[in-house]
Design a protein around this ligand. Structure first.
Ligand SMILES: Cc1cc2nc3c(=O)[nH]c(=O)nc-3n(C[C@H](O)[C@H](O)[C@H](O)COP(=O)(O)O)c2cc1C
Length: 223
């Protein structure tokens, strides 16, 4: 089983990363519960450790009878990774929201993941697989619903679903952003309220991620 977990946050020990660790723990626990004894490859990929750019619009991936039809010819750190992702059983994509979207690194990655398999006016060349989209953000749920629901979450998930079929979505709101709020200039967020969310809500978010990890494994095994 090949299960890829893509971290679109530059921080490896913060909110997005912790959510992904909980998801991976849930996935392993479910595999154990179901006594899965085949090869297991659950891999966390930190996008900020990789050297790559977004789609360069060369259209080699769409050239009829071309050498790179349905592939991406760009020689960088995604060259070998993309085919593994296309052939995998599951891809989880997680990103903080930066200026009202997923991070630039995640967007560039998604261009490279989706476009080679994207066919204008027809079905994707990608095979169906289990996927999930996870977002962490500073704003609360009501604000996120107003600001990002259509422009970010639904739009992105439509492209994921076009490519790989029905996806799962997990949103983590009102995250704790700094280690110590007193050290950084901020007139918008109240540290007390943030700490309360971190202590009371974030553990529930981790639990939701853990359960999502289990759900994804069940989806793969029950296909
Ligand atoms: C450059 C930058 C831009 C951000 N823009 C937004 C934003 O538009 N909306 C929002 O809700 N949070 C925004 N945030 C906050 C992060 O999305 C939030 O803290 C997230 O949980 C960080 O994830 P991490 O802890 O895994 O790094 C921004 C953070 C940074 C560093």
């Amino acid at each position: 089983m090949d299960f890829y977990v893509i971290n679109g946050s530059p921080r490896k020990k913060y909110n997005t990363s912790k959510i992904l660790d909980a998801l991976v723990e849930g996935a392993y626990d479910e595999l154990e519960d179901r006594q899965y004894d085949d090869d297991i490859n659950i891999e966390i990929i930190d996008l900020y450790d990789l050297d790559y750019k977004g789609c360069k619009s060369c259209f080699h991936c769409k050239k009829i009878d071309g050498k790179f039809y349905g592939q991406c010819p760009i020689k960088d750190d995604l060259l070998e990774l993309l085919p593994k992702l296309w052939a995998s059983d599951a891809i989880v994509m997680a990103s903080p929201i930066y200026f009202g979207n997923v991070t630039g690194q995640m967007r560039s990655f998604l261009e490279r993941l989706i476009f080679p398999k994207y066919v204008y006016g027809a079905n994707s060349l990608a095979e169906e697989k289990t996927t999930a989209c996870i977002y962490t953000m500073n704003v609360d749920e009501d604000t996120a619903e107003k600001l990002y629901s259509e422009s970010v979450f639904n739009l992105l998930e439509r492209f994921i679903e076009y490519s790989f079929g029905k996806t799962h979505s997990l949103k983590v709101y009102d995250t704790y952003q700094f280690k110590d709020y007193s050290l950084y200039e901020n007139y918008m967020f109240d540290e007390e309220a943030k700490r309360k969310t971190r202590d009371e809500q974030f553990p529930k978010d981790l639990e939701e991620a853990y359960m999502l990890g289990k759900t994804l494994i069940n989806e793969i095994l029950d296909k």
